[in-house]
Design a protein around this ligand. Structure first.
Ligand code: FAD
Length: 476
């Protein structure tokens, strides 16, 4: 039987980052990456914006090319079916049995679909699913996008030449990431109007301070790896109407029923292959529905083991060393649920940033566990940080950027320059707890420092965002 010191299951960002970490930290040990997909996801072009914030590209590599790059790493394309945790043996659908000393589960998640096995409901997760989407949208007149997270937001922004009905359960768009103010900031882009101001022509800067009362509204089958940033750039996502893109947002609603009744007519008076009944009473006909309502962790490789502890969201529970409840089994990325006592300004979100951080940290922890050394928790788990692009703007999210865990007991300092920037600082007792920075604000480093060092900023009051004062000079 083949035997390896380290085995990793899954060739997404978490698994690949873990493999790279292991190859670097223990070049004397053999590492096996077992993955169901023929391509793996590698992180490239890393640009560090601050201590915890970094931008990178995600590259798809053929498994054998990745293995060639790392002498001690072997890659096998196969699906893991079970793990004998007592004997330390992993079995695959291809009939392989492989022995391990330490194993890391990085099997990601699958889209949570509003209706399973419905040919009119598509989820977006991997290259294969985007190809299916690309084929379907070519002839589409109208689609319905359900969900209000990053994928739905990006889709609505990127799709052209089709009518889009965007059904969201919140009062404002993109609620996973932003508040109603920022949603308003994006509104012109959403409506795809050409109204864009340059920094010279945009005059007024609106500064606001408000106190949030009450609780915040933020309580908040093996496939390929999840797509990474800019996944849409390589696909053609255009509908049938060359010059027409219309977006209608249906707020505070959910899908009640999907039907195919040909006699049904919606307000457009056209007939459609499928009709969506919303809980607000409206019925929309469409060509197909995109379900972008989150992921379900792919935990099946271990679920038959009664020692496995899962979190309520179906993720494999891990402690701060990325250890599961079963000895010598680690987990990282979308498949796991962080179940340690978290730092005041960090929380888990299933993003590539955290998949990478967890994968690299799991490698450190696996190496320490093999050699009996102690390991300290990585600094990246001190502060939630994420950078992305929405509607063409750079979006930086830091700490408790939406007042998460503050139970509505915080103040917000806001500076908005229409079409240019949106800056929101979440403050509690004069100390910065989080920030949303949209546009080229150049404030990420300062905000990161102020959240981490919890400096009392009461003396500055609203001047913290006074455009006539260069606050960076004070705190950098
Ligand atoms: P995955 O990437 O899902 O990888 C899982 C791997 O495990 C795959 O290789 C799969 O083949 C393999 N696997 C599964 N089961 C088995 C098995 N039994 N045996 C062997 N192999 C198995 N995040 C951001 O931060 N920014 C974004 O802009 C962003 N955009 C996104 C857009 C889309 C459309 C999607 C779907 C996600 C996006 N995300 C984004 C989320 C991000 O992609 C994920 O959080 C991240 O990629 C998770 O990485 P992972 O390695 O944990 O899992």
């Amino acid at each position: 039987m083949e035997s390896y010191s380290f085995v990793i299951v899954g060739g997404g960002i978490a698994g690949v980052s873990c493999a790279e970490g292991l190859a670097f930290l223990r070049p004397d040990k053999q590492v096996l990456l077992l993955t169901a997909s023929p391509v793996i996801k590698a992180v490239t072009n890393i640009v560090h914006l601050t201590k915890t914030l970094c931008e990178f590209d995600v590259k798809e590599l053929r498994a054998e090319i990745f293995a060639d790059l790392h002498q001690t790493v072997s890659v096998i394309q196969d699906t893991v079916t079970s793990i004998n945790t007592e004997e330390h043996i992993v079995s695959t659908s291809g009939g392989k049995c492989i022995a391990y000393e330490k194993i890391c589960i990085c099997t990601g998640g699958s889209p949570k679909l509003i209706a399973e096995e419905n040919p009119f409901v598509l989820g977006i997760r991997d290259t294969e699913s985007v190809k299916a989407f690309e084929t379907r949208i070519k002839d589409a007149r109208r689609i319905i996008v359900v969900g209000n997270g990053g994928i739905a937001t990006e889709l609505v922004h990127e799709i052209e030449g089709v009518e889009i009905i965007w059904a969201i359960k919140d009062k404002h768009i993109s609620a996973t990431y932003i508040d109603p103010g920022a949603a308003e900031f994006f509104q012109t882009r959403l409506l795809k109007t050409k109204e864009r101001m340059t920094s010279q022509t945009s005059s007024a800067v609106k500064r606001l301070k408000y106190t949030v009362s009450g609780s915040s509204d933020l309580k908040d089958r093996p496939r390929g790896a999840a797509l990474g940033p800019d996944w849409h750039a390589t696909f053609s996502i255009h509908g049938i109407h060359a010059n027409m893109t219309k977006v209608t947002v249906e707020y505070e609603t959910e899908v009640k029923e999907i039907s195919y009744k040909a006699e049904l007519k919606d307000s457009s008076n056209e007939s459609w292959p499928v009709y969506v009944h919303l809980t607000n009473g409206k019925v929309y006909g469409c060509d197909f529905i995109v379900s972008a309502t989150g992921v379900i962790p792919n935990n099946s490789v271990l679920t038959t083991n009664d020692k496995l502890i899962l979190a309520d969201d179906g993720g494999i529970k891990v402690n701060w060393k990325m250890e599961t409840s079963i000895p010598d089994i680690f987990a990282a990325g979308d498949v796991c649920t962080a179940s340690w006592e978290q730092a005041a300004h960090w929380f888990q979100m299933r993003l590539w940033t955290q998949a990478r951080q967890m994968g690299m940290y799991a490698a450190k922890s696996m190496v320490a566990s093999l050699s009996g050394e102690t390991v300290l928790q990585d600094f990246c788990f001190e502060l939630f940080s994420h950078v992305t692009r929405f509607f063409g703007y750079k979006v930086v999210l830091l700490g408790l950027y939406n007042g998460q865990t503050l139970d509505g007991q915080y103040e917000v300092l806001l500076r908005v320059t229409k079409g240019v920037e949106y800056i929101k600082l979440v403050m509690k007792d004069g100390k910065m707890q989080g920030a949303v920075l949209i546009g080229e604000t150049d404030l990420e480093e300062m905000c990161e420092n102020l959240i981490l060092n919890q400096l009392d900023l009461s003396a500055y009051g609203e001047d913290l965002l006074n455009p006539d004062i260069d606050i960076e000079d004070y705190f950098d």
